[in-house]
Design a binder for this molecule. Sequence first.
Ligand SMILES: NC(=O)c1ccc[n+]([C@@H]2O[C@H](COP(=O)([O-])OP(=O)(O)OC[C@H]3O[C@@H](n4cnc5c(N)ncnc54)[C@H](OP(=O)(O)O)[C@@H]3O)[C@@H](O)[C@H]2O)c1
Length: 368
Amino acid sequence: MSAKTKILLFGATGYIGGSVLNRLLAHPKADTFEITTPVRSPEKAKLLEKLGVRTEVASLNNHDKVESLAANAHIIFNVANSDDLPAMIALLKGLRKAYETTGQLPILIHTSGTGEIAEPVQGKRAAEIVYSDVNIEQMKSIPPTAFHRNVDLAVIGADEQGYARTYIVIPGIVYGIARGPVFEAGISKPISINIPGLIKASLDRKRSGMVGPGKAVWPYVHIDDVADEYIVLFDRILTDPQSAGHGWEGYYFGENGHNSFYELGRAIGQALVDLGLADDAEPTSFTDEELAKYWGSVTAGSYSGTTCRCSADRARAIGWNPKYASADFLANVRPEMEMQWSIAQKKGEIDFSYERSLAELLDSSSAT
Ligand SMILES: NC(=O)c1ccc[n+]([C@@H]2O[C@H](COP(=O)([O-])OP(=O)(O)OC[C@H]3O[C@@H](n4cnc5c(N)ncnc54)[C@H](OP(=O)(O)O)[C@@H]3O)[C@@H](O)[C@H]2O)c1
């Protein structure tokens, strides 16, 4: 390795990727890192450079660029897209090249999601199976057609073929308003995917909503805890690689408990009442018309009616100690709603374009 550890981070302008970047910038060994962040926006690239980060204006669709960047990195964080197989194939080509050129194993920390183990139950029941990331046979039993799985299998394949060490962080619902320099500089998106959509839909209909009776449960994990998880894993890989499982033993769930969508809906309803925006805190089921209106299709909207459970045993075994639990998950709703309400008032509308942009992906996933 050269004097500096070359880190390549895809997804720096995103919610999780921005949080990981903040941690890397504040890392005790930060002066030994050379961090490069490929981003699509030239304006954001300039802002990132002010934070001491190298940038490339590049899309994941530019496969030659993805490959050549990957071929020159020691450690890659992919926090951009869990489902872009062609981009992952290009990235892995780069890793193979790096290995063949240097003889050193490049590291890939990829991001997946627990949609991979979710069952489509329309909110009618909670998952019974608890997936543990230390149960290799159970992790291997997830069908190749599961959501996110095609990319995960390509990632694990690189480890099996011996030209890279691969690790997959697989969080449940990530929540909380992300904070830190990249968010304050307006570079990265401070809010997550699932809960903002449910909050905005509830604001629009002036009543909290859920899919079906809301009995489906999902694992949750706070954004600060997720960022810590990546860094705990990264530190292990740097200092004691033998102790960090990789390949098939390299799945790292991110969860610190589970909540039902009814419980979440009740918290959303209470926040609506507290803010004087509704009279009744009790959530009601979304109609098909509402699911299509907010999420672009009934199928995509039904993602919040899927269910899964998991146990983040592997990350805890290497020292990850998440701090935020169920009470924090529910208490987070009020500040997120205040933020969304303030944005909506400024814009004069509640904007569902992000939710609708995910419709095609969710429609084609086996989770819904
Ligand atoms: N948030 C969660 O609760 C959660 C839980 C589990 C798994 N995940 C998965 O983790 C990944 C990151 O999640 P997130 O919440 O951080 O999402 P996000 O805030 O939407 O961030 C996505 C990031 O990826 C970048 N990106 C997407 N497509 C790209 C492309 N074609 N070329 C270049 N950059 C591209 C975005 O860049 P731009 O700024 O240019 O758009 C942004 O930096 C997603 O795949 C998501 O499914 C998320």
